[in-house]
Write a protein that binds this ligand. Structure first.
Ligand code: ASP
Length: 373
């Protein structure tokens, strides 16, 4: 287990921890803390920077985290969130999102919503403008349209191509697939397959095709979770995702499950997750973590305890657990935070993003329960 501890009381209590000269300076600048998952293309960095900017200009903490994750939802290059997310097995993008607003203690979620680029904003509408907690599928889309959201095709050429490559990778026990010409064609070796893909999709470079093939063989997942705290002690949080790539249509993961992929009680703190939602739901991760903190654990201990429960569900069998990836992000009401992963470290990819009044948006390493050999 790694031993990074993230005590950042000073980040939010800022002024109190500084000498007098710093105190005057700090008091004239509103502070705050925002954390998020890392995401590709520095998505987490941009998300936290934006959310902090909203907080520091006096905006509401829920508006802040939603504005932050909107950047990633709208970025077609992040194929795990919003527009450009990898689709379900029918080639249709279905999104999940949830949010919690600390001051009003309200929450809202949408599950398996199609055609809306920013499901987090729809979840916010559910939280603040309805008497319900969660809307799913067709009803969620109709609700979004009633509020003026535009229905759009969320599939990009890249995500559609990745889906086609996934279809081609599906084989029967003899190695045959209907998505390749020639019944006798033996299953291609990976390098030969990439060569074949280059001919089929000449508009894409080798790197993209290799990644698409890897994604087909090991369907990826990804999400963004973001939690914020302002100088008044108000907190909000959001989780938004396109869920597991090539999932069964209608599959809803942990991200929109309030208590699973997201939980926040601003008297204590908030937590959220990315990774294999099914395993998180079996330990009700985000709620478990916040309750752990209520009973005195630090953010780091609280998250590692939840991850231990996941490991326990596999009888701590590391071979079976190897197929599971799960990450938590935790922010306590005093500004202390942690990122925690089931597995680490993998080439430095187990990290999360943080921005605060005392340090601009940056990555920090997550702690982890198990070390990949
Ligand atoms: N937690 C998301 C889900 O299971 C996916 C992910 O974060 O990788 O839908």
């Amino acid at each position: 287990m790694s031993d990074h501890t993230f005590s950042r009381r000073a980040a939010i209590l800022g002024a109190a921890a500084l000498p007098v000269a710093g105190l005057v300076h700090a008091q004239s600048q509103p502070t705050g803390v925002v954390i998020s998952s890392a995401n590709r293309n520095d998505g987490g960095i941009h998300c936290c920077a934006k959310a902090l900017e909203v907080i520091q200009s006096g905006g509401d903490t829920l508006d802040a985290v939603i504005a932050g994750v909107n950047i990633v939802e709208l970025d077609p290059r992040d194929n795990s969130v919003g527009y450009g997310g990898l689709p379900n097995e029918d080639g249709v993008v279905e999104l999940d999102a949830s949010c919690m607003h600390g001051p009003s203690r309200r929450g809202g979620a949408v599950g398996a919503i199609r055609g809306i680029k920013t499901p987090s904003k729809v979840a916010q509408k559910v939280a603040l403008e309805t008497d319900h907690m969660m809307l799913a599928g067709e009803g969620a889309l109709r609700f979004a349209k009633a509020w003026g959201f535009q229905e759009e095709n969320l599939l990009t050429d890249e995500s559609r191509t990745q889906w086609l490559i996934w279809k081609r990778s599906l084989r029967d026990r003899n190695g045959h697939t209907f998505w390749e010409s020639g019944v006798d064609a033996p299953p291609a070796k990976k390098a030969a397959e990439v060569e074949e893909l280059k001919k089929l999709f000449p508009q894409y470079g080798e790197e993209f095709l290799e990644e698409a093939l890897e994604n087909a063989l090991n369907p990826p997942h990804g999400t963004i979770n973001c939690i914020a705290l302002n100088e008044k002690g108000e907190m909000s949080a959001v989780t938004t995702t396109s869920g597991m790539a090539f999932k069964i249509p209608g599959r809803v993961g942990d991200s929109p499950i309030i208590g699973g992929g997201l939980w926040l009680d601003q008297d204590i703190g908030g937590a959220g997750s990315t990774g294999r939602g099914e395993e998180n739901l079996r330990v009700c991760g985000a709620h478990t973590i916040v309750e752990n903190m209520r009973h005195g654990m630090s953010p780091r201990e609280a998250a590692l305890d939840a991850l231990k429960r996941v490991a326990r569900n596999f009888d701590n069998d590391e071979k079976r657990l190897a197929a599971v990836d799960l990450d938590f992000y935790v922010l306590r009401k005093d500004g202390e935070y942690a990122g925690a992963s089931l597995w680490g470290p993998v080439q430095g990819e187990k990290r999360f993003a943080v921005a605060s009044g005392s340090r601009p948006s940056h990555h920090e390493p997550s702690v982890y329960l198990l070390a990949r050999k």
